[in-house]
Design a protein around this ligand. Structure first.
Ligand SMILES: CSC[C@H]1O[C@H](OP(=O)(O)O)[C@H](O)[C@@H]1O
Length: 346
């Protein structure tokens, strides 16, 4: 994504890998639609895009009298929050924008000061994400000191963040250290983020990648073709339960069965300290057409019933470590995540 001081340019991820097309967002409504349609997707990327959408909304209504400006911007925040329910980074980013607005209102700042400060905060959120991914990638790479075959699910790469990625950030750093033999990428039905995005990112970086369909993950593990699994996250509860793309839970169970370490890579902004466990994480359910059609081609009877949860929850007991920008958290997750929370509150 690229911020041009008045408009946000987003790479349309629904068109990848065959078409490189950008969406010029000059109002918050276009950003909200882009998040809903997964034109921009991935927890940190959604958060940063929403923050810039908030700035666009503020600019759209800056000529209103203050009372109306405030109510319109509250509506902008609500509309952006309503785009997708699971990735907590969306709400974390919008909370930062709302809190900053409240501070300016208390200080009776001018409209010009408010707009400038909101824009600075959105840019800060984006810049922080790049630095955070670099830091967590270094911590993650320290776990892998010999040549490894990885398996990953969905896309937790540069396309899912502002840059570098989380799970793919660790893989990129580990590759730079000479410790990646190959990455097995699950295609990740129904929207194929693995086939369309992870395979795209890794081939662009000349990192050896083998695309597999989701139902092959168990067999490659059984045949000792995988040394470690690493995935991203959309929301992590206070006990270490992790919500991530649907299919992640199945991969974690398979990894456990085959004694393969299963890692999650996520910035601290993906933790939801208000939730005791993963059962409390809202799981987005999406349109049935995403399952009955593949890239617009019908593959099932239209009248069939469909269940289309976009995420599932992996219990912390299946997770070998959660790689963050503060280091790798391990069991007892409740304790290590509480320590992370205290660190963030300092
Ligand atoms: C680095 S967070 C990436 C995370 O987000 C993806 O979901 P979606 O493509 O629906 O936004 C997936 O769960 C990834 O692991």
């Amino acid at each position: 994504m690229r911020w041009n001081h008045g408009s946000l340019e987003l790479l349309d991820q629904t068109k990848l890998p065959t078409t490189i097309e950008y969406i010029q967002c000059d109002n918050y409504q276009i950003v909200a639609e882009a998040i809903k349609k997964l034109e921009v997707r991935g927890a940190p990327a959604i958060g940063a895009a929403a923050a810039f959408g908030y700035v666009l909304g503020a600019k759209q209504f800056q000529s209103l009298e203050l009372k109306n400006f405030i109510s319109r911007l509250e509506h902008v925040s609500e509309e952006l929050r309503a785009t997708r329910p699971t990735a907590v980074n969306l709400f974390w980013a919008l909370d930062r924008m709302d809190n900053l607005l409240r501070q300016h209102l208390q200080k009776k700042s001018s409209m010009k000061e408010i707009i400038f400060s909101l824009e600075e905060e959105a840019i800060r959120i984006a810049d922080e994400d790049k630095k955070v991914n670099c830091a967590l990638s270094k911590y993650g790479a320290e776990l892998f000191k010999s040549p490894m075959n990885f398996l990953t699910h969905c896309n937790a790469g540069a396309l899912a963040t502002v840059d570098m990625g989380t799970a793919l950030g660790v893989i990129r750093q580990t590759y730079a250290d000479g410790h990646v033999k190959r990455v097995f990428a699950d295609e990740t039905r129904p929207l194929l983020q693995g086939a369309r995005l992870t395979a795209f990112e890794l081939t662009q970086d000349n990192i050896p990648v083998t695309l597999i369909s989701d139902n092959m993950a168990g067999w490659v593990m059984k045949n000792k073709m995988v040394d470690a699994v690493i995935v991203g996250a959309d929301r992590i509860a206070a006990n270490g339960d992790v919500a991530n793309k649907i299919g992640t839970y199945s991969v974690a169970v398979l990894a456990k069965e085959h004694h393969i370490p299963f890692y999650v890579a996520a910035p601290s902004s993906t933790f939801d300290f208000s939730l005791d466990n993963g059962e409390q994480i809202p799981i987005e359910e999406r349109n049935k057409n995403e399952v009955t059609h593949v890239l617009g081609t019908q593959i099932a009877p239209l009248e069939v019933d469909v269940f289309n949860p976009a995420f599932d929850v992996t219990p912390h007991a299946l997770i070998a470590g959660i790689i963050t920008e503060y280091g790798v958290l391990k069991e007892d997750y409740k304790k290590s995540i509480q320590e992370l929370k205290q660190k963030l509150e300092k």
